[in-house]
Every structure is written in C-alpha cells, then in structure tokens.
Design a protein around this ligand. Structure first.
Ligand SMILES: Nc1ncnc2c1ncn2[C@@H]1O[C@H](COP(=O)(O)OP(=O)(O)OP(=O)(O)O)[C@@H](O)[C@H]1O
Ligand SMILES: [Mg+2]
Length: 1042
C-alpha cells in the first residue's frame, strides 16, 4: 500500500495527505541523517544539524534515534494541538519531534505488549531533563485516563518540580543541572491509560550540600525556602532571608539566578507537594530538616587549650536540636566526640577541630541525602499502582524514562564527577551493545552480507573502572578497608602501581611531558569515550566510605522528627557497601532493567557553553557528535537494516495482509515470510531474509506495511466479529435447541403418560360398565355399583340439562328403572316449582285474564271448534269504547256500571231478521241496546242457560224463563267474540255450569210453547240464513285446528 501523508485540521486531528504535509521550513536539510548523501562526512552531518538549528528545527533522526539540540529558548512546538498532530502517526510521516518518539514508543508498547524504555543521554545542559518532562507531559495529556487513577497524571508531572528542587542545582554548565540520576517507570493498563509510576534515583551529589564550586549553587530548595517562605515560616525555622548568612550557601558566591525565580518555584514546589499527597505536618518536618542543614553549616567550633573542641555557636546548636527533634547536649557531644569499639569495649574519643568540622559536614550530607531518599520513597508511594488494578489480572506494560546526569568535565573533578562519568560510560556501552555491536553480530549470525563498521567500543574503560579486584572502584574499596594509615595519595599510588600502562589511565607520574604540564600530582586522568578528564583524588576515600560517626547516627535515630528517625533507622546489613560499589551495583541493576526493555534513544546535544540561544559552537557540537558515536550510529544504520523481526513474529503480525498466509501458514516460516513480502510487493533491495529473521532496510517499507495492517484491521475485526458472533449465535441456538428438545421430550413424555393413564382409566371404566351392565338387574352390589351410579348420574345430569322450560312442556327424560320413583318426585317438584315461579310472575290483570281463560277452558275446551282460537286471544275489558255507549243508556243504567260491552247481532226469533245491537253487561244484569234505547234487560238471576254450537260460529242463545209471560222468549245472538263474551257472561251471571254446547243444533223458545231450531253445519265460510223447515241455518267455517 502506498502511503498517503497527513495534515492537521483545526482540532488537531490528523488527516492523511502525502508528504505535502511537510512545510518548506521542515525541509531544511534532511530530517533523517540516513538520507544524507554523504553519510560518511562528519562535516555534512554537523552542517545538517547547524542548518536545521538555525531554523529552530532542533530534532533530527538517525533512523529511530532522535537527535535533539538544546535551543536555549522556548519554542512554539510543545502545545496540545502539536501533541494531537503526532498522535498515532508513524515516525517518518511527520517532522521529527520528541512527541513522535514518545508516540511511537507508546504504540510499540501497546501493539507489541513489550515494555519500552527511552534513554536520554547527552552532556550536562544538553536538555535531557527537559526532554524527559516533554515525554511525560505527552503521555499525561494524550493517553486515556484510568477511572481509578484520575490524578495520577498530576502526580507524575508534579513529582518533577519537587525532585528538581531537592536534587537539581545551578552548576557551571547548567542552571538546572540534575545532581542525581533518575529512572522513572510509567505503568500503563491494558487500555493504555497510565496507572502507576515508580522512580529509581541514583547517587545524589551530596558534597554540594557543604561545598559548591565558584559560580555554582547548593540545591535549589535552600534558596527557594529563603526567598519564597513567608516571614512566619522563617521565624519558626529561625532562618533569615539572606542566603549570604549561611556558610553552606556562600561557597560558590552565587546566591541568585537570573534565569529562575526562586520565589515562584517555591510556590510551585509547595503546591506540587500537596498534589502528590504530602500532609502539612510532613511538609513542616521536611522544611525543619532543610533549615537544620543550614543551621548545621553555621555551627562553629572552638579549640580549647588542651586541644579539645567545643561548639561556639550556642543558639545555632539549640535551633538545630529543636529542628531535628533531638537532645541538644547529646547532639553537641556527638558533634565533638566519636564512639569507637576497641577490644570489645566502647570508648568515646574527643574530636579535634578538623575532625569536628568533618563530622558536622558529614552529618549535613547524610541528613540531606537520606531525606532525599525518603522523598523519593514518598513520591513512589503516591504513584504506586493501586491494589485493585494490580490484582485485576490484566497485565500492565511499562515505559521507562532514563534521565541521568550528563557527562561532565569541570575544572576540578572529584569523586562525584568520577561516578557521573562512569555512569555515562555504562550507558554508552549499553548503547553500543544494543545498537552497534549486537547489530553487527546479528547480521553475521543471520548470514546477511554486511560491510563491517568500525566503532569505538568503550568496554575497556568500563572494565578499567568496575572490574573486580583490578578496577578503580575495587581498589578504592580496598584502600578504604585497609588497616593502617590510608589516604587519598596512597590510593593514587596504588592505582599507579596496578593500572600503570593501561591505555586509558594516566597520572602525573605516568604521563609524558606534555600531559604532565596540565596535571597536578594529586590527579589521575581517565580517557573517557567522551573525552579526557582529570580527577583529583582528594576526598575520594572519605566520600567512598560515607564516614558518619556512630554516635551521630544514634542521636539522629532518637529524633522526634519521624522523617529523621526513619532515615536513620537501623538496617540489617553487616557492613554497608562503599558508595562507589553501591553505585556500581545500582548501575548494574539499571542496565538489567534497560536491557529487558525495547530501547529508544534521545541523544541530546548542547549547542554552546554559554547557555545562549542561536549560538551553534561547531567545535563543541563536533565533540559531542563524536563521543556520542552518532557517526558510527549513522553508518551502521545506512549499511544495515532499520528493522528486523523473527520470521514467526513477523508472520504472526502481518499475515492478514496476504491471502496465502491468512489465517494460518502451514509451511516453513521462511517461505511464509517470503510469500508475504512478495505479496506486499517488497523490492529486493528493501529487505533480506536471514536464517531466522527478516531484515527490512528502510523504515518506510515497514511503515507502509504497518499502514496496510492498520487499514486491514477493520476487516480483520469484522471477520473476527462475524465468526465470533456466528459462534455465539450457533452456541445460543444449540443451547436453545437442546432446551427445546428437553422441554419437548418432557412434555411429550408427560402427555403420553397422561394419555396412557387416561386409556387405562377408560379401559377400567369400560370394564366396570360392561360388568355393571351384566349385573344391572341385580341388587346394588360391587359389580354393578359403578354402572348403576353412572346411569343414575347420567340421567340426573341429562335431566339437569333437559328440564322442561315451561309448564306446558310435558317432555321428561325416561328414567332408568332404579330412578323411576325419584324421577317422578323430581318431575312434580319441578312442575310445582315452575308453576310457583309462574304464578309469582303473573300480574293482577293477567291473573284476571287467566281466570277468565280457565273458565273459558272449563266451558269450551274440546267442545267448540273456535275455542283454541278464541282462548288464544286476549280477553279485553270491553269491546266498546266509552264513547260508543250512548250517554242516555248510561244514565238509564244509573249506578249499574257497564262492566263489559260488545257489538252483537240479534236475530229475530221469527223470521230471523238480523238486527245490530250492543250487549252491555253489568254486575247483575245484561242489556241489549239499540243505539239509544235499551231494548231488553236480562237479569242474571232470570237467565236459564246459555247455548252455543260446537262449531266455529259466533251464535249463542240466552235462554230466558219460559213460564214468565212477560218474557218474549230466548234471545238468539251472534257475536264475533263469542268465547270471550260467553265466558264473561257466565262468570258474571254465575252460569258456568249452565252453558250448553250443542253439536248439531240448538233449540230455543220462540214464544211460550213454541220452539225454534238453529242448525249448524260446517262450510266454507260463515253464513247465517233461513234454512229448511223454518230453522235457522248457520254455516260455520271449517277451522283447521292442527
Ligand atoms: N527543548 C528545550 N526547549 C527550551 N529550552 C530547553 C530545551 N531543552 C533544554 N532547554 C534549556 O536548557 C536547560 C538545561 O536543560 P536540562 O536541564 O534538560 O539539561 P540536562 O541535560 O538535564 O543537564 P544535566 O545533565 O545537567 O541535568 C534548561 O533549563 C532549559 O533552559
Ligand atoms: Mg538534567
């Protein structure tokens, strides 16, 4: 995949656009020395550095090594948008920057899950500490934040001003020179968020506490306290503001710095202490110690007549004892006496004046040095990985930052410079080990054609210093431990005896004439990789032996100030190691730590000695380029390959990029890698395959492969997601299926069991029924009890469903023989119940109706054809409306109210002439009315009977008494409502039993002794006419009664 460059948008997000992203300014010189035409020329190298420096382009690469030149001015290149610009962007895609290196290291840690370290080297004042701060800032700003460690970033950043205040000082070479070595681990969780930190500190230059070279200062904290501390604080500490009043601050004659404000820094430090988690009490105790060091410096001694020493500054010692929390007299005694064990007995010997001064200075150094150690421990506690993260089981990765004092050559170099420069030798050796020698060795073992590059291997110098028994450190220890009179000069002689002739060791005695002139007799010279340094042996043994009187230690151990008592607590160690050996061992451990991690390098260069911007001192830079081995580094880079990887690891990482190797390659690893790179289109000159590794010559090739992988990632993620989801869904489906089958089989089993049970029960039932049927005629016995019960039960159940709904419904299920009686009871009961219910429901008018109908039924039922029709109709109270009855008639009737009225046709007894009339019934009589006139009154008492035919006609005859002459004879009438009328009349007149129903004809009295006959026949329609023999013939319509 061809790479497309990047560009930054307003929010600082990075957008890809090919190298056009580089500004014209960025193109000054070459960004990577590897691209230098004349890569063997030192002049071209320095010219490139100079040109870029002139444009404030202070960073340049040699492959993956970052070369940084101290600009000595603030540059606009460390802002947050700049950080965003470098985030997630490969090295060569963007202009060189400390952020690019930081980001690359971070990404390497995350993607390869390997611990990383960034080694920053360069001489004092070259910008190592600044670089390390920039890296830390980059991580705290750009990395995600772990929810358990939200203030870790602040703690990490704030540890810097605190450690700088206590461990940095102005030196001749650097206004903020680190006087201790610092290795800091930043721990990241699996998501890449910082979760912890740990600081290892190396040998603090304690001698600075009591002495400073001209133009140098003590540690910053003393000046910060005096300048920034408020009056009350100074009073509590019994201090005065002027640093000139303190012996330990006047040696360098440089109380103030133009470049830094002690007052402001004091505020920064105090704030930082509280952010890190120091309590007010701890800060107070810490300041007590700092103040006590100043008082110690002002403690003076006098010499008595007999050579005894005493303290002359009473107030100082009192303040001192108060601040240190110790007994004043014990302290005074311990400062002027020493305790020895001779022949198993303790003896206390007074110190002479010089010894007392030395003891005082030793105490000051020791108190300060141990307090510094305590400070680092305390910071480490607040940076420590929290338990829950540590135990979360998800591994942390680490990025280590090494910022150690730079190589230093002063006018007078002592034990400290010896240690500092030894440390730089070791780091240089590691650099050689990891970059030059191992690289070349690797090409050889891998069988890669290779042009060997010559470089200076400083192992010889390291051995000279550290070799067991033969090295300078061993000899120094031996000299310190040797019984008898030892002094620095005897140590020098011993060195001369043993090391004389070593190519990197010279003394005044061993030197040639020219060298001898620039060396004093107390000096030895080491020819370091970075240059020649003369060390003055004065004080070497003392500093190595860390002399502090035992009784002073004991007094300190008793201190009320917990920091002091903690610092001087007894450690179970037989014989404490000498300072140099201790340093050597700690460096060995440091080398192990660094070797276990993937290294990145920042090589810092100091452009001038005057700490001034825009000054590029070519001689000084050339010297640094030389001793830093940058040219060799470049040559190895150019001749070699930028990147190498074991076949397996390479294949593992990039196999998704080639269909043949994805997802797995089954052949030989080398073939797999070969197939992969062919697919990626690597050109022959871009790579080589070794025996077990692939070597890629240009970073560009690797970066484009990385980009391709990055672009492929979503696809891989998708494939993984798809197969994982598929797997998960399949598993879910299988689970559900199994569950369904289990439920189904359970359910089916249960159903089958139920069915079987039902069948069994049914079979039993049938069996019982059959048996019962066979025995049905027997007495109730076990054989037939079920059958009989069942029959009864079935009958009752059936009965319940089929009970008659009305009294007229006479249906009733046939009972089994055993229930005949019961059935009859029930039937009666039910009928009674229905009747009762019916009766309850009946209204008075309806009751009246009913009574009439009952009477009608008594009279006519089965006797007259028109009965069913007539009884079915509603019997009205009257068939005439009130208005239809003439008022006169009503008046004539008077009190006898008309109960019923109906229109009738009266037939003359003779001639049978029909005449329309009204028949009105009162309670005691009936009247026949012809319009306004009452034609005939028929008293009920006089009524002999009533006759009707059995057919469907409306004829009826009222039989009148025949013995009464006044009566005209029987009355022959026809009414359309004959059933209703006759019923009502019979009821009113109480003549129910005298209603006569004649089938064929009715005889009636025409007049006294004379009878008439009405004949009834069935015909098609009603007709009343005169018939034969003078009879009245009534043809009644046939009624279909069915
Ligand atoms: N990138 C930078 N931008 C601006 N100024 C810088 C930069 N790097 C260094 N300096 C200046 O140079 C001074 C010295 O740098 P620094 O303290 O980092 O040196 P050092 O290599 O740590 O030296 P030492 O070995 O003495 O501790 C700083 O105080 C600062 O003024
Ligand atoms: Mg520094």
């Amino acid at each position: 995949m061809r790479y497309q460059g990047r560009e930054v948008d307003v929010e600082g997000r990075v957008r890809l656009v090919m190298e056009g992203g580089l500004t014209a300014r960025d193109r000054v010189g070459v960004q990577d020395f590897v691209l230098l035409e004349n890569y063997n020329s030192e002049a071209a190298f320095i010219e490139n550095l100079r040109r870029r420096f002139g444009e404030n382009l202070i960073y340049t690469y040699i492959g993956s090594v970052l070369v940084s030149v101290n600009p000595y001015k603030e540059l606009e290149m460390y802002s947050k948008p700049q950080m965003e610009r470098y985030r997630g962007v490969s090295f060569y895609e963007i202009s060189p920057h400390i952020y690019a290196l930081s980001d690359n290291t971070y990404r390497a840690m995350r993607t390869e899950r390997k611990d990383q370290c960034i080694m920053i080297s360069g001489e004092s004042g070259a910008g190592k500490t600044e670089a390390s701060k920039k890296i830390l800032l980059y991580y705290t700003v750009t990395c995600p934040i772990n929810e358990h460690m939200t203030n870790l970033g602040d703690c990490l950043l704030q540890s810097n001003p605190v450690l700088e205040a206590f461990g940095n000082a102005k030196t001749f070479r650097n206004d903020n020179s680190s006087r201790f070595g610092k290795y800091m681990d930043v721990q990241f969780d699996f998501r890449g968020a910082p979760v912890g930190g740990h600081i290892l500190k190396y040998l603090l230059e304690k001698s600075r506490v009591v002495h400073q070279n001209h133009g140098e200062r003590n540690f910053h904290i003393f000046y910060q306290l005096l300048d920034g501390g408020d009056d009350d604080l100074l009073t509590t500490l019994a201090l005065e503001r002027n640093p000139q009043n303190y012996n330990y601050l006047v040696k360098g004659n440089c109380p103030r710095l133009s470049s830094v404000s002690d007052k402001n820094n004091w505020k920064v430090v105090m704030k930082a202490l509280s952010v890190i988690g120091f309590t007010e009490e701890e800060v107070q105790k810490l300041l007590n110690i700092i103040a006590s060091v100043l008082h110690l410096g002002n403690t003076q001694f006098g010499e008595g007549e007999e050579g005894e020493t005493y303290i002359t500054t009473e107030t100082q010692i009192t303040n001192l004892a108060k601040l240190l929390g110790v007994d004043v007299s014990a302290l005074g005694a311990a400062l002027t006496h020493k305790k020895l064990t001779a022949k198993g007995e303790e003896v206390i010997i007074p110190l002479n004046f010089e010894q007392a001064m030395a003891a005082r200075d030793a105490l000051a150094k020791s108190v300060y040095g141990r307090t510094f150690t305590w400070l680092v421990e305390k910071i480490n506690q607040s940076l420590a990985l929290k338990e829950e993260i540590y135990h979360s089981g998800k591994g942390c990765s680490v990025i280590g930052l090494l910022d150690i004092y730079g190589f230093e050559v002063l006018q007078h170099n002592s034990f400290e410079q010896f240690c500092i420069n030894y440390c730089n030798e070791k780091l240089q050796q590691l650099f050689i080990e990891l970059t030059l020698r191992s690289e070349q060795e690797e090409y050889e073992t891998e069988g890669i054609a290779w042009e060997t590059v010559q470089y200076f291997d400083n192992k010889i110098i390291c051995d000279l210093i550290e070799e067991k028994h033969k090295g300078i450190i061993s000899m120094m220890d031996e000299e310190c431990l040797r019984p008898g009179e030892t002094c620095d000069v005897s140590f020098l002689e011993k060195l001369e005896d043993t090391l004389g002739g070593h190519p990197h060791f010279v003394t005044h005695k061993l030197a040639n004439g020219k060298t001898r002139r620039v060396m004093s007799r107390e000096e030895f010279r080491l020819l370091h990789y970075a240059g020649e340094v003369n060390y003055n042996v004065n004080g070497f043994l003392d500093k190595n032996n860390k002399l502090l009187n035992r009784n002073l230690k004991e007094v300190m151990r008793q201190s009320d100030n917990q920091i002091v008592s903690h610092c001087f607590r007894r450690k179970d160690q037989k014989r404490p190691e000498m300072a140099a050996t201790q340093f050597k061992n700690s460096l060995m451990k440091l080398m192990e730590i660094l070797m276990s991690k993937e290294p990145s390098y920042v090589r810092c260069i100091k452009p001038n000695d005057a700490k001034q911007p825009e000054r590029f001192d070519e001689v000084l830079v050339r010297h640094q380029v030389k001793y830093l081995g940058l040219m060799e580094n470049l040559r190895v880079r150019r001749a070699g390959f930028a990147y190498r990887r074991h076949f397996e690891a390479f294949l593992q990482r990039y196999k998704p990029l080639c269909p043949e190797t994805w997802p797995n390659w089954h052949g030989r690893l080398a073939d797999g890698v070969s197939t992969l790179v062919n697919h990626l289109g690597y050109k022959a000159e871009e790579y080589k395959l070794g025996r077990s590794k692939i070597f890629i010559r240009f970073p560009k090739t690797l970066f484009s492969t990385e980009d391709a992988l990055e672009a492929k990632r979503p696809e891989i993620a998708l494939a993984l997601q798809t197969s994982w989801r598929g797997y998960r869904e399949r598993a879910k489906y299988q689970r559900i299926r199994r569950a369904v089958i289990t439920i189904q089989s359970g359910w089916r089993g249960m159903k089958a069991r139920r069915r079987a049970k039902r069948r069994r029960q049914a079979a039993e039932l049938i069996r019982k029924l059959i048996k019962g049927f066979i025995y049905r005629h027997e007495e109730y016995c076990p054989e037939n009890e079920y059958f009989l019960d069942h029959v009864r039960y079935s009958f009752l159940k059936n009965l319940r469903k089929n009970l008659p709904k009305s009294v007229l419904d006479k249906n009733w299920p046939t009972p089994p023989p055993s229930l005949v009686e019961t059935s009859e009871h029930l039937r009666r009961l039910h009928m009674r119940n229905m009747v009762m219910k019916y009766c309850r429901r009946v209204q008075p008018e309806w009751k009246k109706q009913m009574m009439q109908k009952v009477i009608a039924s008594e009279i006519f039922k089965d006797q007259k054809d028109s009965y069913p029709q007539g009884v079915g109709r509603l019997f009205l109270d009257s068939r005439l409306e009130r208005e239809q009855i003439n008022l006169k008639v009503v008046q004539t009737l008077g009190n006898d109210k008309v109960q019923y009225g109906v229109s009738v046709v009266k037939y003359d007894r003779k001639g049978f002439k029909p005449r329309p009339r009204q028949l009105l019934l009162t309670n005691t009589f009936a009247v026949l009315v012809d319009r306004t006139k009452i034609k005939q009154r028929i008293d009920y008492t006089a009524l002999r009977g009533i006759s009707v035919s059995s057919l469907s006609d409306g004829m009826f005859v009222l039989h009148m008494p025949n013995e009464d002459n006044k009566q005209k004879g029987d009355v022959v009438l026809h009414c359309n409502h004959v059933i209703e009328l006759v019923t009502k009349l019979a009821m009113m007149a109480s003549k129910v039993n005298t209603v006569n129903i004649s089938p064929g004809s009715i005889r009636f009295v025409v007049a006294r002794g004379k009878e008439g006959i009405i004949d009834f026949v069935r015909g098609s329609e009603l007709k009343v006419a005169k018939g034969k023999r003078g009879h009245l013939l009534v043809i009644a319509p046939q009624i279909n009664i069915t």
